[in-house]
Design a protein around this ligand. Sequence first.
Ligand code: AMP
Ligand code: MN
Ligand code: MN
Length: 317
Amino acid sequence: MTEKITETVNRLKKAKNAAVFCHARPDGDAIGSAFALREVLRGLGARAEVMCDDEIPERLGFLCSGEKVYRELPFDVDTIVTVDVASPEQLGSLCVFADRADIKIDHHAVSKPFGKTELVIPAASAAGEIVFYIAKECGMLTHRAVNLIYAAIVSDTGGFRYSNVTEDTFDIAGELVSLGADAAEISEALIERKSVNDALAAGLTYMSMKSSAGGKLRYVTITNEMKEKYSLKDENLGECSSLLRAIEGTQLAFAIKQGETKDIFRVSMRSKEGIDCAELCARFGGGGHIRAAGCTVYAASAEEAENMVLSVCEKAL
Ligand code: AMP
Ligand code: MN
Ligand code: MN
């Protein structure tokens, strides 16, 4: 692995004008890792900006206050890096850049290859772990980078709770704390604190959930009508599937969210030991991790989308 990291670092050192892409509807790992890489690239003397199809969600604003992400190349770039992006479709409308990517830095076990070179480490709990090794090798673990990487890891491990946490995760987190990461503040902002709309989304999830297989499977479908009724944005709905998995007896959970047009449905899936939801999502062209995965399905109605996913999940139990 160290060789692959060194190779990537050598490539980054050649960059003069770089764009770091993260996935659409970005989470803490996407934003934390992308801005940390931008920090590293700038430290190495390059011009660098972050590209994303969606704005930075409000709850991640504290990590990069006053910063912006670009939807168009801000300048002529000689280096394109993607981070936390498993497949081109996760780039949203920026997927046109996928094949131009010089380096794909990622940690998803089930993904689609793209770009020219890849640094994919599925054992990493977050893309932030990989960015940590890169920043460390570059001597670029600034206070800013340390906080961004710590936030990336906290975000993808649910505050060090999920099965993707390894000894390396704690080693890295320990090193980040010793370098001054604001651990309590980051956990409070990312795990503890909920906006009123996040709380409403949780309520809606619990009140609307359905069960199958005697409660081994729990799921919810959130239509655009439901979102409008409670003024919910997609960024309020990121936790729905995890909330359902946490209910006693659940082995597999999914949340379906209607997308920007009424025939697009984004599926967020979570599982407990024994069920590989990345494999289930791959059947719909998606991917992700064993215990947390996603895909997009196209259907004429919410009911049809729900039945498509439900039948695959029921068979898996
Ligand atoms: P989410 O449920 O949106 O939090 O996604 C769970 C995990 O699955 C995240 O690591 C996502 O990056 C990943 N994921 C979501 N959608 C896809 C997709 N279409 N292809 C590959 N991975 C995905
Ligand atoms: Mn992510
Ligand atoms: Mn991630």
